[in-house]
Design a protein around this ligand. Structure first.
Ligand code: GLA
Length: 466
């Protein structure tokens, strides 16, 4: 499809640029980003393109946008300091999130709202939706990048990543920063290790001979309030865990200042402990039985309501009640800390695998992926029976490792498959997992199985003058 032609038929004039942002598949490091611990995703060949043209200055400036896909109606909004959202769940809110993030950033830098130019945007996406491959962040990144380009605004990518991660919270999920950073920093042939505490990016070459096969569980990972709450609850449990650990640390080792702001501070280096002492400290500071509000209130010396106020709020400010089974702080903390170690180990074995050629190192990475899935399933409890079965089928079909990827509760699994076994693995999974789905005529192999290529990050293509 020629996006420029489509743009012309929708809006009557040609676009001046196309902004492209890729989706991502996270190879390892799940639910670590908002804890200040690293992730290891790669940008993929599926993405979102936004063809764009400016409009003559009007006041207020207006952004009009449409989508090549049926069912995504045309939308428009005026550029304001605080852009009010469309109704909850509307696709246009992701566009608003990107644009609002850029407006907010530049207003702070001294720009006036009248300095911004409106425009017309036509989006075209190829990322499977509700699969955990970050189609929504790609939409936010493409919108923001197109809006910046139309306004000749530039932001350093390191800063842009944070601005967009914060900006995406406009739609209500308290996500970390992985998706936006992966979309910005992706590099062909490479995975991207992203650190958040402080922010840093390191590209890691992916050795040839293997394919990351992404497979949809066919349980949609929707963005409903309920799904967001399951995600937000993990964030809250980690926040509570951080507080419990910080208080225990200061009680044991002294010090008035907060030592642990995020789980990413729970390292031997930062806390001045030996690895063995650190292990003992975490183990004795937390107990495996779920925590109740009453116990936390007593431990923090705060009224119960204050615990809910301080630690248990959704992004929109509403309070999340105590879960029926209490807060599983120990399990969540152990997942995050062990997953962090698996990310570091993965980067090491991938670097060693580069140029090694024996495949042994990548097989080791496969085992780390399996370990990550087990931890996501048992400690973080973000898997589901379908994802457990799909990862088992992928492994039985010849994958060196397989795990759920993304927020979880449905969506995709990612498997590391040696190229020599890829064809067989695909046939095996089609037979053992997808048979009934492929027979129903609603799904095709291409709509459920995605061999992913490590691809480059967001870019702007200028069309003027052609
Ligand atoms: C979602 C969020 C990310 C990250 C993952 C879990 O994709 O958007 O920031 O937290 O879940 O790893």
């Amino acid at each position: 499809m020629n996006l420029s032609e489509r743009f012309r038929s929708v809006f009557g004039n040609p676009p001046v640029l196309i902004a492209e942002a890729p989706g991502r598949v996270n190879l390892i490091g799940e639910h670590t980003d908002y804890n200040g611990c690293p992730v290891l995703p790669m940008a993929i060949q599926y993405g979102i393109s936004a063809a764009a043209a400016p409009v003559d200055r009007q006041s207020p400036a207006v952004l009009t946008f449409a989508n090549t896909k049926d069912g995504y109606g045309r939308r428009e909004f005026a550029l304001e300091k605080e852009v009010p959202p469309f109704t909850r769940g509307d696709w246009g809110n992701y566009v608003k999130a990107g644009v609002q993030a850029v407006i907010g950033y530049f207003l702070q830098k001294g720009k006036k709202i009248d300095d911004f130019t409106g425009g017309k945007l036509l989006f075209h996406g190829t990322i499977p939706e509700a699969a955990g491959l970050s189609s929504s962040s790609a939409l936010v990144v493409a919108s923001a990048a197109a809006f910046c380009a139309l306004n000749s605004l530039e932001i350093e990518p390191e800063i842009f990543a944070g601005v967009l991660a914060e900006g995406e919270q406009y739609v209500g999920t308290r996500g970390g920063g992985m998706d936006q950073a992966a979309a910005l920093f992706g590099r062909e042939g490479h995975a991207v290790k992203i650190d958040f505490h402080p922010f840093g990016v390191e590209t890691v070459p992916l050795p040839g001979g293997y394919t990351f096969l992404t497979a949809h569980s066919l349980v949609e990972a929707p963005k409903t309030r309920e799904a967001m709450d399951r995600y937000n609850r993990r964030v809250i449990e980690c926040r509570l865990g951080t507080e419990v650990l910080d208080r225990a640390y200061r009680k044991r080792y002294g010090g008035g200042e907060k030592a642990i702001q995020l789980l990413g501070d729970v390292s031997a280096g930062h806390l001045g402990l030996s690895p063995e002492e650190l292990e003992r400290f975490v183990h004795t500071a937390l107990h495996p039985e779920p925590y109740r509000i009453a116990e936390l209130a007593a431990g923090f010396d705060l009224p119960e309501q204050e615990i809910l106020n301080r630690y248990c709020r959704r992004r929109d400010g509403t309070e999340m009640p105590e879960p029926e089974e209490g807060y599983k702080i120990y399990q969540r903390v152990y997942h995050v800390l062990s997953e962090w170690k698996r990310v570091e180990d993965s980067v090491r074995v991938m670097r060693e695998a580069d140029g090694d050629g024996s495949g042994e190192k990548m097989e080791h990475f496969g085992l780390l992926m399996n370990g990550s899935h087990a931890s996501c399933r048992d400690l973080y409890e973000i898997s589901c029976p379908e994802l457990d079965r799909l990862t088992a089928v992928l492994s039985a079909g010849g994958a060196a490792g397989a795990r759920l990827t993304g927020a979880g509760f449905g969506g995709c699994a990612v498997a590391l498959v040696p190229d020599a076994r890829l064809g067989n693995c695909i046939e095996y999974v089609k037979r053992e997992y997808y048979r009934e789905y492929l027979e129903d005529g609603e799904h095709t192999e291409e709509s459920v199985l995605f061999p992913c290529k490590p691809s480059s990050g967001a870019r702007i293509q200028r069309l003027t003058g052609r």
